[in-house]
Design a protein around this ligand. Structure first.
Ligand code: GLN
Length: 309
């Protein structure tokens, strides 16, 4: 039997000399001042075993990892009709790229690049005030993680709002193509708050467990999505979850994953476990440098892969 705790401990110990590698996101002060030498990892298996290493209990800004969960909510509300608003193809460009959007007449390539996530947030907003929509996303995270003390870092949300010129550009651009139904300020208000949710690796791994277990959280018994929907969300994470680094992540790790500029990555080993890692230093694609390496080590040592039995 694989000793997962020993594997997680080994990864933490072996990577320790490299802590601090990569470049911390510096577009807002709240992320720029995060100590780059931190590292946390949590593996939660489908039968409920929890394996932690490093700072697995410390909350960090989940940023774009939130896009997996707003996609799940939007699919629940609107079903497959969401694909009229966003595509399902890898973008091959940066997470905040604007050029592609013009070529494609305001329809973003996929739900995980910023433009696509903003379009998805517009769908989450349907029938709600921004405040209610933010509440819905936060409640969903608490429900999935089965923990009430998950909060939004208001300072992060405010800084994102104050400096989010490019996201405003993307949203205005989509609005000009009539691809957003709500005012840009409302959509981005929700988007910045979902990005500012703070969670620990342990909480995040628990929240993602339904994706590793055919749509049902095996710890609470709650069916979150159907088997087919979980499979499809995983497919999108695999093909689009790391922006223009998605191919590289699939090659090295071989598991669906979603990164955030806060340095977190959620990865899913279907039928086995949900994994969250956090290390704030990013690689050139804006994905956690050591987080990606830690996941590659985990995949190699456990044999977990969606490409091999
Ligand atoms: N809040 C960030 C942004 O919108 C999220 C990007 C990310 O995590 N890749 O720019």
């Amino acid at each position: 039997m694989t000793d997962l705790q020993a594997i997680v401990d080994d990864i933490h110990r072996e990577l320790a000399p490299r802590f601090g590698e990569g470049k911390v996101a510096d577009y807002i002060p709240q992320l720029a001042r995060v100590d780059p030498k931190q590292f946390g990892m949590a593996v939660v298996t489908v039968d409920g075993a929890v394996h932690l290493a490093g700072e697995a209990e410390k909350a960090f800004s989940i940023q774009s990892i939130s896009k997996v969960f707003t996609l799940t909510i939007a699919l629940g509300k609107h079903g497959e009709a969401i694909w009229n608003r966003v595509g399902r193809e890898p973008s091959g460009s940066a997470f905040n790229s604007i050029v592609q959007l013009e070529h494609e007449h305001g329809k973003p390539r996929n739900p995980f690049i910023n433009a696509g996530a903003i379009a998805i947030t517009d769908l989450v907003l349907a029938g709600h005030t921004p405040k209610e929509a933010i509440g819905e996303v936060l409640r969903f995270m608490r429900f999935l993680a089965d923990e009430e003390d998950i909060v939004i870092d208001r300072d992060v949300a405010q800084s994102e709002q104050a400096t989010g010129y490019r996201n405003f550009a993307l949203a205005n651009f989509m609005r000009s193509f009539e691809k957003l139904s709500h005012p840009v300020e409302h959509v981005l208000g929700v988007y910045f708050h979902q990005c500012a949710i703070a969670m620990s690796c342990r909480q995040l791994a628990r929240a993602g467990l339904f994706l590793a277990a055919s749509g049902t959280n095996p710890l609470t018994g709650h069916r979150v999505v159907s088997h087919m929907r979980a499979r499809r969300i995983n497919a999108l994470m695999l093909t689009c979850g790391h922006y223009d680094g998605s191919g590289d992540f699939a090659y090295h790790v071989g598991l669906p994953g979603k990164s955030g500029v806060g340095g977190g990555i959620l990865a899913v080993a279907p039928g086995k476990a949900s994994v969250a890692v956090w290390s704030p230093g990013l690689n050139r694609n804006g994905n956690s440098l050591l987080g990606s390496i830690a996941l590659e080590m985990l995949a190699n040592r456990t044999g977990w892969s969606v490409f091999a039995a």
